[in-house]
Write a protein that binds this ligand. Structure first.
Ligand code: PSU
Ligand code: MN
Length: 306
């Protein structure tokens, strides 16, 4: 366990951890950089409510005053929802942001690491990072993937967005030894769509099956995550051709404006959001709630295995 001075676990989360009550971690980049105010704060709260409704305790993770917060108050959620200049913190940025006591919203990679430090086994988000299109030239591969290769926290996401190279992302996860399991269908989903054109490496249909797979993996000493891909609910799916048009435009704009490094993902997401307005936001909210439900169900099933 790391020095307690770096971890601030919310009393409700600590109580759950101490009493073997299932806990689901949630990230904060989606709050500070993924959605506009006030929908971001409203959604963060609603997602926590979904976790509770399905029998687990939510622990939304962020960084403030030099500490990793595990479980946010309503005030914290509002702070991360409306404060300008909150850092997007992946693993690389963690020591700098913490040492300088800056506010930070955590990516999938940083959230996983902090969840692991707190003893949380499962995490729900919208979409993860991956291998970017053109990565064979830029080497832009999200630290989310390398983190999934080593940290024992399962990730429930709606697949990866087609802003990434989905085929290369699946290859890279295979290299890292990360099982990719799609929930309830054969095809790997691509965030706004339940389809991607790629067959999922694995498929599982029940929370109990998922819990058994996780237990087996970790009992074997096979460290790292399992990417649980949960397709967006059918009613909220968006037309792939439309999304592709916006992605192409966003990639062109990013190249023209010389957007690089950690700014690439937020820039493209922002572009899609502003060009599809309500529709993509609504889809985003629906899929993250759906992921929170599945994560809570799996957390409960893991608890029953014990
Ligand atoms: N993809 C999405 N929505 C998101 C992100 C990615 O569809 O909100 C965020 C997540 O926090 C993810 C991060 O961990 O972006 C990845 O950023 P990068 O590609 O810079 O590693
Ligand atoms: Mn990157």
């Amino acid at each position: 366990m790391i020095n307690a001075k770096y971890l601030q676990i919310h009393p409700e989360v600590q109580h759950a951890l101490d009493h073997n009550i299932p806990v689901v971690a949630l990230e904060s980049t989606i709050i500070s950089h993924g959605m506009p105010w006030p929908q971001n704060a409203i959604t963060a709260k609603a997602v926590e409510d979904v976790v509770r409704q399905y029998g687990a305790i939510p622990a939304t993770i962020a960084i403030k005053d030099g500490r990793c917060l595990v479980g946010l108050s309503q005030e914290d959620i509002e702070f991360f929802g409306q404060t300008k200049g909150v850092w997007k913190v992946s693993l690389r940025d963690m020591p700098f942001v913490m040492a300088n006591k800056l506010p930070g919203a955590t990516t999938v990679a940083a959230t996983m690491r902090i969840a692991a430090l707190a003893g949380i086994k499962i995490f729900a988000t919208g979409g993860t990072g991956g291998v970017h299109r053109g990565a064979e030239m830029t080497m832009d591969v999200s630290a989310d993937l390398t983190e999934m290769g080593q940290t024992n926290v399962a990730v429930v996401a709606a697949g990866v967005k087609s802003i990434l190279d989905i085929g290369l992302t699946l290859e890279y996860l295979e290299t890292l030894g990360v099982p990719v399991v799609t929930y309830g269908q054969d095809e790997f989903p691509s965030f706004y769509s339940s389809k991607s054109g790629f067959k999922s490496p694995l498929r599982m249909d029940t929370p109990e099956g998922m819990a058994q797979l996780l237990a087996t993996k970790w009992e074997l000493g096979l460290n790292g995550s399992v990417l649980i891909a949960n397709p967006i609910p059918a009613a909220y799916e968006m037309a792939s051709a439309l999304i592709e048009t916006h992605i192409q435009q966003a990639l062109d704009d990013a190249a023209q404006q010389n957007i690089k490094g950690k700014e690439v993902t937020p820039f493209i997401l922002q572009h899609i959001a502003s060009h599809t307005q309500g529709e993509s936001l609504e889809a985003n909210i629906a899929l993250i709630k759906n992921n929170a439900r599945v994560a809570a169900e799996i957390a409960v099933a893991m608890h029953k295995l014990k």
